[in-house]
Each structure stands twice: as C-alpha cells, then as structure tokens.
Design a protein around this ligand. Sequence first.
Ligand code: RP5
Length: 164
Amino acid sequence: MSKPFVAVLMGSDSDLPVLQSTMDVLKSLDIPFEAKITSAHRTPDVTHSYVKDADSRGCAAFICAAGLAAHLAGTVAGLTLKPVIGIPLDAGPLQGMDALLSTVQMPGGIPVATVAVGKAGAKNAGYLAAQILALSDPELATRIKTDREANAASVIEKDAKLQA
Ligand code: RP5
C-alpha cells in the first residue's frame, strides 16, 4: 500500500494564493500531498472520480477550499469516509460569510471540519490534517511538537524585543 497522503482541493485557480499557506505547512512537516483544482459546480464528475480514486490510493484526509456558494467540502464529504477539512474563502461581496455558512452547515452524519475563513484557516487546515495523520505516525507527531515549540519560542522572542 502506498504512503498516506493529503489531497488539497480548491474550487478555482483563483483560490491558489490562499491555499499556498496550506501547502507550505504540509511541506514543512514533510507530509506528501496532491493539489487539484476541481469544482463541485463546474466539474462535478471530475470531483467525484478524483475523490473515489484518491480514496482508493491511500488518501488519508481531504482539505477542500472554496468561496461563494462553497459546496466543495460538503460534496467531497458525501463521497468519502476519510476526514474532510473545509476552508471557506473570501471570494466575493459577502467577504467569506457565504462560504463559511455553506461549508460549516452540514447535515448530521456528513461532517466537515471547518476552519476559519482565509489564510489563518488555510494554515490551520494543514496543521489539522497533520495532527490527524500523526495519530498513526509518531515521527510526524514529533515534527508537529517541534513546530509548536518553535512557534512559542518566536512569540517569546518578539516579546523579549518589545521589553528591551
Ligand atoms: C468558487 O468560486 C471558487 O472556489 C472560488 O473561490 C470562487 C470564484 O471562482 P472564480 O470565478 O474566480 O473561478 O467555486
């Protein structure tokens, strides 16, 4: 069986700049991932076949980002039993509130772990996927711990500069 990987899906190439934060986190933690542009609305058949195929190839978690009527994460969640993390994006006049509600308000039995709108959410989606994979990968768990410690050290260092 191939190594578990994370699938990073986005509804449009216009989502790519925000999703870069997700991919940076996955890269920094040495987690294999695939990135794909596919839309619940514009390419429903491609979305369906990709999810089924990725599932069968060892995808351990799906990260799905979309803006406006953001149905990508919910659609994917309906097609797999793997964890699905949804990132709502600010892509229109409602500044992501539309995408937030579309992503988070799933019917019972089909969960989407929804993170914050935009860049912080994109980053956290990477960390959340990492933490899911780390449940069965102690070396990855150690890398996440080291990353947390570095994060804390950076805050302490910034405060020390402020106090100097
Ligand atoms: C969504 O519509 C995409 O995820 C994107 O956030 C938004 C706008 O897409 P484009 O019109 O920029 O392709 O499906």
